[in-house]
Design a protein around this ligand. Structure first.
Ligand code: SF4
Ligand code: SF4
Length: 257
């Protein structure tokens, strides 16, 4: 949704708005899977949930086997990236002979391509604006295909609406982390390590919550607790609220007396 405020964009970046673009990616393009190599592919918390569920492993196993920690744009919180294989072409670990083996659960960045998404919050109203830009990589032959899309059609086709909603919840957390809420503990202190676990290692957070009877500390219905015990997305949303409550004092949860 647009706030109607005029935005400035860096030179050469023009948001697509309601205009259409041509693109198609399929096994018949000569560049098929060329883009699945040598990537710095940032993973968001919801990406990890989808990937570890697809692979049938825990978040801990996923982090050990497939992820690395990197310094992203936020100086006060580490980013998680997908580790490319240590082969000649540095291929994505999920690339096989016929394409992406996690296609239905591929990360947000892979779904959004060839678009890039930017989200901006209005300073006056707090309302969120989103913008999409066309990337232009000469190796990508998908731009030469005839299939025509609006941004809205692309988002629906790539099942991005739910991913974007979960990524926006994560972006709110990242904004809090970017204000250095760790105080004297500094980076890699206990609270930052806890936040990392909530965001990226959800199975470990579930064990932590059970061992520390975390759900009992707040006014939650039995059905909410049951849902968080088995549903990763519900637990992640609770985890975000808990971090906001802990780090900023925001009334995102109601403590029991
Ligand atoms: S997850 Fe799939 S689509 Fe994304 S880079 Fe890896 S192989 Fe390619
Ligand atoms: S380079 Fe473009 S067209 Fe080729 S496989 Fe990747 S996204 Fe598809």
């Amino acid at each position: 949704m647009s706030t109607g405020e005029k935005k400035e964009f860096p030179d050469g970046m023009v948001p697509l708005g309601n205009s259409t673009f041509k693109f198609a990616c399929h096994s018949g393009v000569t560049c098929f899977t060329h883009c699945c190599r040598k990537l710095e592919l940032f993973l968001y918390p919801y990406d990890i949930i989808r990937l570890k569920q697809k692979l049938g492993i825990t978040s801990e196993e996923f982090l050990d086997k497939y992820a690395g920690v990197a310094q992203g744009a936020n100086p006060y919180f580490p980013a998680v990236i997908l580790r490319m294989l240590d082969n000649q072409e540095h291929t994505c670990p999920f690339l096989d002979k016929i394409g992406c083996r996690v296609y239905e659960d591929r990360p947000s960045a892979c779904r959004t391509y060839p678009l890039e998404r930017a989200v901006d919050r209005s300073a006056s109203s707090g309302q969120r604006d989103e913008f999409y830009f066309m990337t232009d990589h000469p190796y990508c032959k998908g731009h030469g295909e005839e299939r025509q899309w609006t941004v809205k059609e692309w988002l629906q086709d790539q099942h991005l609406l739910y991913y974007n909603m979960m990524d926006d919840l994560w972006a709110e957390m990242d904004t809090i982390f970017s204000k250095n809420p760790w105080g004297d503990e500094g980076a890699a202190g206990p609270r930052q390590r806890m936040a990392f676990m909530v965001c990226y290692n959800l199975d470990a957070f579930r064990v932590y919550a059970q061992e520390h009877q975390l759900f009992n500390a707040f006014k939650l219905s039995k059905s909410e607790v049951r849902e968080m015990e088995k549903d990763d997305e519900a637990l992640l949303r609770f985890g975000f609220k808990w971090l906001q409550y802990m780090l900023t004092g925001a009334p995102t949860l109601k403590p029991r007396k």
